[in-house]
Design a protein around this ligand. Structure first.
Ligand code: ADP
Ligand code: TPP
Ligand code: MG
Ligand code: MG
Ligand code: MG
Length: 320
């Protein structure tokens, strides 16, 4: 199967809903924004060995690629409209592997919306590399920014924190964790909080998704909003698996707070905001407050600062 077979047989069927995709038969696509809407654009790439394990199911790798991008759209309050895919398949990806990858994309396109409108298909002598540009829509001028939190706002997070990072710590460092199957599922199949993100428009003063780690990504909100934040460790929402893992080894606290791969939302709400209306969509937990100053502080139940050696994931370039 060559690139043209892959495009025609596996990807073109996913492009039908957007006429400007021309069945993936032209050099480029045409996208007309819906009247009164802004287009919201975001790109994230994933690399074998860095973002996913080589033995992850190809359907899940494809789903994760789409979902990490939809998570960025969710954080901005946008609805998925279209996406572009660049796939560099490694030499060991045979026809069955590529077919399963396309099956994963197709299933999630149906689940979350949006239409494939173009991309590129190449081979690589190196590890698998997949990049996606997600294009969302929202009413003009309503995108939720990282900037805009106010001192006294509540720091809120969706879902539970730390599950995927505990799985990575288990796989790479042999960390003893509870319920590996649940943690693995959270790692492989993040849940983009699209409905919550859209409900946050006009309510959240600032929002971003948690990819690098709760502390680091909350730090991005703080930096852009020119504020600090304090969070109470005891209020950070944990799954039963994460709680049980932590009970066995408190060293995993830092993994939970700074490990990343959560793809939950962290956002700023006014103290009198209607939390129940949001929690009816996706579980939401208040974990702290924005305050004057800079940086993120974590305090324990006694009000003492919790020292962290790292705050989140950073890609390095070069030998440093
Ligand atoms: N190579 C690049 N060229 C241009 N912009 C980039 C590049 N890499 C990252 N950015 C931009 O920098 C910002 C932060 O990127 P990133 O940390 O990847 O955000 P996120 O966690 O939301 O995915 C985003 O606005 C992104 O578009
Ligand atoms: C095999 C493997 N090892 C380690 C990790 C942990 N990890 C790798 S990159 C990353 C941060 C998120 O990826 P990034 O490319 O920074 O996404 P962005 O912040 O741009 O959304 C994390 C937590 C992983 N997901 N998989
Ligand atoms: Mg990114
Ligand atoms: Mg991202
Ligand atoms: Mg990152």
């Amino acid at each position: 199967m060559d690139e043209f077979d892959i495009i025609a047989r596996l990807f073109a069927p996913l492009a039908q809903a957007e006429p400007g995709a021309f069945g993936l038969g032209d050099d480029a696509a045409v996208l007309t924004p819906t009247a009164g809407m802004d287009l919201v654009l975001t790109k994230d790439a994933i690399v074998e060995g860095i973002h996913f394990f080589a033995d992850d199911p190809p359907e899940a790798i494809a789903a994760k690629l789409l979902r990490v991008n939809l998570s960025d759209l969710a954080a901005k309050g946008a609805r998925p409209r279209a996406y572009m895919l660049a796939a560099a398949f490694p030499a060991q990806a045979d026809e069955a592997w590529v077919t399963r990858f396309a099956t994963g994309i197709a299933a999630d396109q149906k689940r979350f919306g949006g239409t494939l409108i173009g991309g590129d298909t190449v081979s690589t002598p190196g590890p698998g590399f997949f990049s996606l540009t997600a294009i969302g829509e929202l009413p003009t001028g309503t995108m939720i920014r990282r900037k805009g939190a106010r001192a006294g706002d509540l720091v809120c997070v969706s879902g539970t924190i730390g599950d995927a990072a505990l799985y990575v710590a288990h796989r790479l460092a042999g960390a003893a964790v509870a319920d590996v199957a649940l943690l693995e599922d959270r790692y492989r199949l993040p849940q983009p909080r699209l409905a919550l993100g859209q409900a946050l428009k006009g309510k959240a003063h600032a929002c971003c998704d948690i990819s690098d780690g709760l502390i680091a990504d909350l730090g991005h909100l703080c930096e852009q909003s020119a504020l600090g934040a304090v969070i109470e460790w005891a209020r950070v929402p944990l799954s039963a698996a994460a709680q049980a893992s932590l009970d066995a080894g408190p060293a995993l606290l830092e993994t939970i707070l700074a490990g990343g791969d959560d793809y939950e939302l962290v956002f700023a709400l006014a103290p009198d905001a209607d939390l129940a209306a949001l929690a009816a969509i996706t579980p939401v937990t208040v974990i702290g407050r924005f305050e004057a100053g800079q940086g993120v502080r974590v305090i324990d139940a006694g009000g003492h600062d919790v020292a962290l050696r790292r705050t989140g994931w950073r890609h390095g370039v070069g030998a440093s």
